[in-house]
Design a protein around this ligand. Structure first.
Ligand SMILES: Cc1cc2nc3c(=O)[nH]c(=O)nc-3n(C[C@H](O)[C@H](O)[C@H](O)COP(=O)(O)OP(=O)(O)OC[C@H]3O[C@@H](n4cnc5c(N)ncnc54)[C@H](O)[C@@H]3O)c2cc1C
Length: 422
């Protein structure tokens, strides 16, 4: 690791990789630190390799580096892209199904080609504003390493750097449920009496050996989970998943569910050879949000507010995954031709200088965050954060004071779509 960087990006996930590539391509000395062995964050480690939404109401709303990497990964794996003109209210049909391993490899190459100094298996340990620069300490496999940076991007999704620096973070006391993405192998459904499987599962629940939420709270039952091949359905509570302790509890609980599901299914006729494997990490929907210079509310989002300092568009319904056996999700679609935007101020924690937070921990109320946490929006915020950090470092100004025109020029030069000035 070098002694000083213009831009340090902590967290190489959905937002962080795009931020680092943007900063590197703009010529900044850029560090990217990631706690796991894989770039891509929730896309790869949790295998939620389904980024959306890049179009809304038939119109491109997010392009730039995120779209470049996503379309490259889709092309390499032979994935057909959706027809953007065929817009329906089922927005999730326009997510792009990716091969997570190939996406991670493409992200590796993009980051390294941009000249970014990449450190995997490295975690933020200390962060402090020293006036003219940030002092940072990282925990590596061989010890603690110190460096400094003119601007820092906290792309940990949990505002870990903001917390380390004593910044304003609000912990969600009852966060959305988490999901461990499962894969089921060895099931020939044509040979299985699905009604009998559901009845056996109901008996296990009645006996207290299984929970309805083991197969998801959507009422799909044990047969429904089988038909989905285990994908993106399980619901479990995930309090304090922004901490190592909370995250440990979630991972252990999720794998215990996977284990008892495999035991249950293998006891059913025709499923004796079923195997369940799972993503390396549980997908976490919600942990914390920063208190930002601007806060996106549900009203702003549903009303398609064009913020004066908007850096990108966003599109997804309000989408809260509930801890309720009778109601899986609270989904509130957007009215036709609504184009919500994300303000720069939502990425800037109150009272902090040159610390930028793109991704799901940006400032919003719960409802708005449940919508703008979507991957394409996190990527667009990441690109905006990368550009903002470069300009702040280059001109020795605070990220809040970087002229909007300069930010727009840099972003559009790198292919991003920036909403018009209100
Ligand atoms: C179950 C589930 C289903 C979803 N379905 C979809 C979908 O279909 N389509 C869609 O577009 N979105 C979906 N989402 C939402 C979306 O995946 C996430 O909200 C988004 O990926 C978050 O991006 P991020 O950059 O904020 O965080 P992440 O992608 O999680 O990146 C954070 C990165 O920071 C790293 N990190 C964390 N702490 C530290 C630290 N202290 N030091 C160093 N590194 C650290 C992590 O390892 C990770 O790589 C889903 C989410 C979940 C959980």
């Amino acid at each position: 690791m070098q002694a000083h960087y213009d831009v340090a990006v902590v967290g190489g996930g959905t937002a962080g990789i795009i931020a680092a590539v943007q900063a590197g391509r703009a010529g900044a000395r850029t560090l990217l630190v990631e706690k796991t062995g894989l770039l891509g964050g929730t896309i790869t480690n949790a295998e939620i390799a389904n980024p959306g939404l890049f179009h809304a109401w038939g119109r491109p709303i997010i392009a730039g580096i995120g779209w470049e990497l996503v379309t490259a990964a889709a092309a390499e794996s032979g994935t057909a892209l959706y027809d953007a003109a065929d817009w329906t209210e089922h927005a999730w049909r326009q997510c792009v199904r990716l091969n997570p391993t190939i996406f991670a490899a493409i992200a590796d190459a993009a980051v390294l080609d941009a000249g970014v100094d990449l450190h995997l298996h490295t975690m933020a340990a200390r962060a402090a504003d020293a006036g003219d620069r940030w002092t940072l300490t990282f925990c590596t496999k061989t010890g603690l390493v110190d460096t400094t940076a003119a601007a820092v991007i906290d792309a940990t999704a949990d505002a870990n750097v903001v917390t380390l620096a004593g910044g304003p973070v609000e912990v969600e006391p009852a966060p959305q449920t988490a999901t461990l993405n499962l894969h089921m192998h060895g099931a020939d459904l044509a040979q299985v009496d699905l009604k009998a499987v559901d009845a056996a599962f109901a008996a296990e629940v009645a006996a207290g050996r299984m929970a309805w939420t083991d197969v998801g709270s959507s009422g799909i039952g044990a047969s429904g989970l089988l038909k989905r091949g285990g994908r993106n359905t399980m619901h479990l509570r995930a309090p304090d998943a922004h901490t190592s302790e909370g995250r440990t509890a979630v991972e252990v609980a999720a794998r215990a569910i996977a284990r008892r599901l495999q035991r249950f299914y293998r006891a059913q006729r025709g499923l004796e050879n079923l195997q369940i494997t799972a993503a390396v990490e549980t997908g976490i929907r919600e942990t914390v949000g920063i208190r930002g210079l601007a806060t996106v509310t549900a009203g702003d989002y549903l009303g398609g507010r064009l913020w004066p300092d908007a850096v990108c568009y966003s599109y997804w319904p309000i989408d809260l995954h509930l801890d309720d056996p009778n109601r899986w999700v609270d989904v509130r679609p957007l009215k036709p031709h609504t184009f919500p935007t994300i303000p720069r101020g939502a990425m800037l924690p109150v009272g902090m200088r040159n610390l930028i937070v793109p991704g799901r921990a940006a400032a919003g109320d719960r409802e708005a965050r449940s919508a703008f946490r979507i991957q394409a929006t996190c990527m667009a915020m990441g690109q905006a954060a990368g550009a903002l950090a470069v300009l702040a470092a280059r001109t020795r100004t605070d990220a809040d004071a970087v002229p909007a025109g300069d930010l727009r020029d840099l972003l559009t030069a790198h292919g991003a779509i920036v909403p018009p000035q209100a």
